[in-house]
Structure formats: C-alpha cells, structure tokens
Design a binder for this molecule. Sequence first.
Ligand code: GLP
Length: 242
Amino acid sequence: MELIIVDNYQELSERAAMLIVAEVEAKPRAVLGLATGSTPEGMYAELVKLNSEGKVDFSGITTFNLDEYAGLAPEHEQSYYYYMRHHLFNQVKIRAEQINMPSCDLENVDQFCFEYDQRIAAAGGIDLQVLGIGGNGHIGFNEPGDQLRVPTHLVDLTEDTILANSRFFSSVEAVPKQAVTMGLGSIMLANKIILLAAGKAKAEAITRTVSGLITTSVPASILQLHRDVTIIVDREAAGLLS
Ligand code: GLP
C-alpha cells in the first residue's frame, strides 16, 4: 500500500484527480470504478475543471459505480445515479452507454448483480477503482460482519451506516435500509485502487485498514492483500497512524 498524507481536502482532491487523469492519458478507453459520498466530491470538481480546460478527455472511458441504494429511483436527489450525473456525467463529454450503475430496482436483483459482474468482466475489468471508506471500515456498501461477499450483491445496511448517511436525508427513517454493492471480489480484481479519506471521523478506520489485522470487521483491511493500492488521506484522517 502506498500512503499519501496531504495537508488538506483540496490537495487530496487534486492528487486523486491527477491519478485518474494519468490513467486516462495512458489508456483513453480506461474502465474506471467510481465511488460516491462526500469525500470524492472535490476530486470530481477537479476532473470537471481539468476537462473544461482540455486537459483530459473522458469520451472513451467506461465507468462502473460501486453501489446504489436499493429502491431509490434514479431521479431521487440522494440516489447515487443523481449524484454522479450532478458531479460528473452531466458536466463532461461521456457517452451514456458507457456508464454503468448498480440497479436501484429490487425486482430481479440477483440476476442484475450477476450480470453487473459479467459486464465488468466483458469490459476487460476495472483499470482504476476509486473508493471512499465508511467510519466503520466499509468500502462500497460492504459492511462489517462475520462474512464478506465476493460478487455484487444486495446488502442490509448497518445502523452505523444508516445513521452516518442520514445527514443527506430528511430523517433517519428516510434512509434506505438496503443497497446494491460491488462485492469485495469485484473491488479486489481492479488493477489499481485509490482510497480517499478525510477528517478525523475516518482516522480509526484508516489505521485499521493500513496497519490492523485483516478482518471482516474492517472490510477495507482486505485491501492490504491488493498489489496496487494508493491511500490518500488528509492529516486528520491520518491522525491515529503511528
Ligand atoms: C457511503 C458509500 C461509500 C462511501 C462512504 C463514505 O456509505 N456507500 O461508498 O465511501 O459512505 O462516505 P463519505 O465520503 O460521505 O464519508
């Protein structure tokens, strides 16, 4: 794992964007795995800026998003599809047919999950996967527990996650209780992974990810087994690292 500690959120966003730009420059038809949440917002803003300045071209890339709330329509302001359109897809030239989002639809969800992994494989696998991290160590929506799942699947969100994400909803009750997420297998098969974390609420999860034991109670700790992971954190998220 390569650990990059930066001074502030702006620097984190710029460093992450630079890694994506380098990937797309080297491979204009790159397959990118994309994350949502507040952490990568600055990175997307940088990418939009660099694109508007003609410094990067996204017209050849294919994207696969990590996760989506179950049962939230794509038009819902808190759906991850809405987020991606708002922060990236509507702001850069990227073909709609190259965008892949997990389904919010609970009907035939198992079939959808199976096909989502097949679509990733058919695209040649993910070249670069961006990840955030939950305060409880989740990546995507792979929650801590006794077991971790390999394929894309439907997951019951933990109380911790529902509470943490309720800041985006009108109330805790309004937060969906389930989500569709890429599994640890889909994530670990990516060629390169970038994990971003900012703020002291992520400090414990980062310490356990970087230097703790590999355990299902910290899903991100499995990243220690991946051969090309870059973790970019601000000083607060790095605050408990020795
Ligand atoms: C959500 C998402 C994750 C994200 C995490 C952290 O639950 N499913 O992909 O990494 O929360 O979000 P934030 O960056 O807003 O702290």
